[in-house]
Design a protein around this ligand. Structure first.
Ligand SMILES: Cc1cc2nc3c(=O)[nH]c(=O)nc-3n(C[C@H](O)[C@H](O)[C@H](O)COP(=O)(O)OP(=O)(O)OC[C@H]3O[C@@H](n4cnc5c(N)ncnc54)[C@H](O)[C@@H]3O)c2cc1C
Length: 421
């Protein structure tokens, strides 16, 4: 079977693809394999999930949703898509605290790469993980819960610790969100007071092409208290409210986007930019993203604006988001709040790969960490020891060495960027 990434830019090299239907079958597949990797919904843009040996997909497992209202958690199988989980949770009066820009991705795959949405107080999706059930190299099932010594290394684990068959996430009572889009926000207003802009709603995304004096679109998502209404903002630091729904990418029908214009609606129909029934984003694209410490955000944005004329010809759109700190060892937001600088590229991979070192050189002074699931050149932009970027990297390497001594879950990506050959 020929299997590619969602973007179609990489054909997985796996000799065998397994599609077990039960947790027990996952255990059997892993125990029998010499090298195996888990595959989620294939939304990464690089070879992170790939292996020349065995791949295991969890799409065939029943979500097996278990809501525990006393513990305020929900447990689902790892291959469950956020969109399906969100609908089921909302129907029972419950919610997640955050979602990414798209609901199409699997819970285990998103968590494994520190996937995030936006918000000064919103952490990576991985930070909502309360426990994981992981199938280890010998096929045995291990439960890791918040508070366990290995837990901070096991959540954003890039598939290197085993196959996550169940994920337990924090939940809260369901809530409404209103989404409003403004256009043409002057860059000067952003650079003068970034905190005011990103703090103007619970989730703020700035869409730009890095050139020109204004940010093209500002997407703001405001969480509403029960019964509250949303007051639209006629002015946002000089930006004007959009008069109709917009897609962040120029020229694309906004029918695939979640409702805007300040109309309140359920959390899972506003927090993602894109609707589950439609192709998210463009579909014909590549992506990269770098997360810089909040204190360096203005410097990093200025560096990228200076590179604007170089990157713009390859760019569909760029997005600036914020992510709150967590303590997960390989998380892009480990140890401090971050600002995400994202690029949605045209599907011209060779040219994109050629421009990435220039972007990374420009971001080198700012302590950037690349998104694990998107295209990048070096794990430390500009070069350097990855242990400086990830202070717990040696702990992670020790955890992998202890729990997977034969390298069952290693692949070229994790050897190249994380574990060393
Ligand atoms: C259109 C689009 C929009 C995106 N928007 C965002 C965004 O808003 N924010 C953001 O941060 N990222 C975003 N991404 C990136 C995406 O969220 C991540 O790449 C995410 O990891 C994809 O999840 P997946 O299930 O497709 O994982 P895959 O690509 O299938 O796998 C990713 C990694 O997870 C591991 N993995 C998967 N399942 C398991 C499992 N059961 N057990 C153990 N390991 C597992 C794999 O081995 C691999 O290492 C976007 C991607 C696309 C294509």
């Amino acid at each position: 079977m020929t299997l590619t990434t969602w973007a179609g830019n990489l054909t997985y090299a796996a000799a065998r693809v397994h599609e077990p239907r039960t947790v027990e079958q996952v255990q059997e597949v892993v125990a029998a394999a010499r090298h195996v990797r888990a595959l989620g919904t294939r939304h990464c843009f690089n070879d992170l999930a790939d292996t020349p040996h065995d791949l295991v997909r969890l799409d065939g497992l029943d979500p097996d949703l278990r809501l525990d209202t006393a513990a305020r958690t929900v447990t689902v199988t790892g291959g469950t898509r956020y969109g399906a989980l969100a609908r089921a949770l909302h129907a029972q009066g419950w919610a997640l605290g955050n979602l990414a820009s798209l609901p199409h991705i699997s819970v285990a795959g998103a968590v494994a790469t520190a996937t995030h949405g936006s918000g000064d107080r919103s952490r990576n999706l991985a930070a909502a993980v309360a426990a994981l059930d992981v199938v280890g190299a010998d096929g045995s099932l291990r439960r890791l819960a918040r508070g366990d010594a290995d837990f901070p290394g096991a959540v954003v684990a890039l598939g290197a610790l085993g196959v996550v068959v169940r994920v337990t996430l924090d939940v809260e009572e369901t809530y409404d969100v209103a989404q409003e889009v403004h256009t043409d926000l002057p860059w000067d207003a952003v650079l003068d007071d970034l905190d005011a802009v990103t703090g103007s709603a619970d989730s703020v995304s700035l869409f730009t092409d890095w050139v020109g004096p204004t940010v093209r679109q500002v997407w703001r998502k405001t969480r509403l208290a029960p019964g509250a209404t949303y007051e639209p903002r006629p002015d946002l630091f000089g930006a004007r409210p959009a008069t109709g729904p917009l897609h962040p990418l120029p020229g694309i029908d906004p029918v695939s986007c979640t409702p805007q214009l300040g109309v309140p609606g359920p959390w899972h129909e506003r927090l993602p930019h894109f609707r589950l029934e439609f192709t998210p984003s463009n579909g014909d694209e590549l992506q990269s993203e770098y997360l810089v410490p909040r204190a360096h955000a203005v410097g990093a944005i200025e560096a990228l604006r200076a590179l604007g004329p170089v990157v713009a010809p390859l760019l569909q759109v760029a997005e600036v988001r914020t992510v709150a700190a967590d303590d997960l060892w390989l998380s892009s937001a480990q140890g401090g709040d971050r600002v995400g600088l994202h690029f949605t590229w045209l599907p011209r991979q060779a040219e994109v790969q050629a421009v990435l070192p220039r972007i990374e050189e420009a971001l080198a002074p700012f302590g950037a960490r690349p998104h694990w699931g998107k295209l990048f050149d070096r794990v430390v932009p500009g070069g350097g020891d990855p242990r400086d970027a990830y202070p717990h990297l040696d702990d992670f390497r020790a955890l992998v060495a202890r729990t997977d001594p034969d390298g069952t879950f290693r692949n070229p990506f994790v050897e190249r960027h994380v574990l060393g050959a």
